[in-house]
Design a protein around this ligand. Structure first.
Ligand SMILES: [Zn+2]
Length: 256
């Protein structure tokens, strides 16, 4: 009888672990002005592929729901109280407008514009996944969590890019390119200024691969003295992420 009891507990734990994954859902009937984003998600199968990709990156102790929905405001956030990551349709819409405008100014092709938008969406998602992993895995942090989430997002964009989207880093640049107006509120915010996040992301990507991203420092006016530090900054991130995520970090597909 005792053995059956132990077996029942083991099965309960095993089934709990099996359910402890990233799951996704999306609102199919948002307000009419956001319907195109719900349709885009449905056609692209993005919610399903997002869950598949995230579950290949990390094992988590509790299920995390990734929700795509209308929030009434522009935002993406991870809510530790509910183990829920929300990506608002309003943010899709805002990104779409901002990146299309930038692309028009830069005479980008429709393909380049779509890649920048896709990259920005994935970078933001990876940033929020960073918050989720820090919370789920109880990762110790020093410094601003927002900076750490950007570091993890760049690490994921470099090492675990979504299929068909090699340049999540470039998407992040288009997201931050608008810049933050200087104010005491912005200076005291938990996020670095967009201009700083822009240069950070460019620096870390350049540090990771100075050949592939050799053009980035000039694009974002990265100061020369910082360029010389980028390889070291990236190495610290590249060393820290696997150590901080530990056994929860899964090996990339194809490796054992
Ligand atoms: Zn954040």
């Amino acid at each position: 009888m005792f053995r059956l009891f132990i077996l029942a507990i083991a099965l309960a734990i095993a089934s709990g672990q099996a359910r402890a994954q990233f799951q996704t859902r999306f609102q199919t009937d948002p307000p009419p002005d956001l319907q195109r984003w719900a349709d885009m998600l449905r056609k692209s199968n993005m919610p399903k592929s997002t869950a598949f990709l995230l579950n290949r990156i990390a094992a988590i102790p509790r299920p995390v729901m990734v929700s795509f929905k209308s929030c009434g405001h522009v935002n993406a956030q991870y809510d530790p109280g509910n183990d829920e990551l929300t990506f608002c349709y309003e943010l899709f819409s805002d990104l779409g407008e901002r990146i299309t405008q930038k692309a028009r100014e830069g005479r980008a092709t429709p393909e380049q514009t779509a890649a920048a938008l896709g990259g920005a969406i994935w970078f933001i998602l990876y940033h929020e996944v960073g918050h989720a992993l820090f919370h789920q895995l109880n990762v110790p942090l020093l410094g601003r969590e927002e900076d750490s989430a950007d570091q993890l997002a760049v690490w994921l964009a470099i090492h675990r890019p979504p299929p068909g989207l090699d340049d999540g880093v470039i998407g992040a640049l288009s997201f931050f390119a608008t810049g933050s107006p200087l104010s005491w509120d912005r200076l005291g915010d938990e996020h670095a200024l967009d201009q700083q996040r822009l240069q950070n992301v460019a620096c870390w990507a350049y540090g990771a691969d100075p050949v592939r991203f050799g053009w980035l420092p000039a694009l974002v006016n990265l100061p020369e003295h910082r360029q010389g530090r980028c390889a070291t900054e990236w190495k610290k991130i590249d060393d820290a992420v696997p150590r901080l995520l530990g056994r929860a970090l899964k090996q990339p597909a194809g490796r054992t």
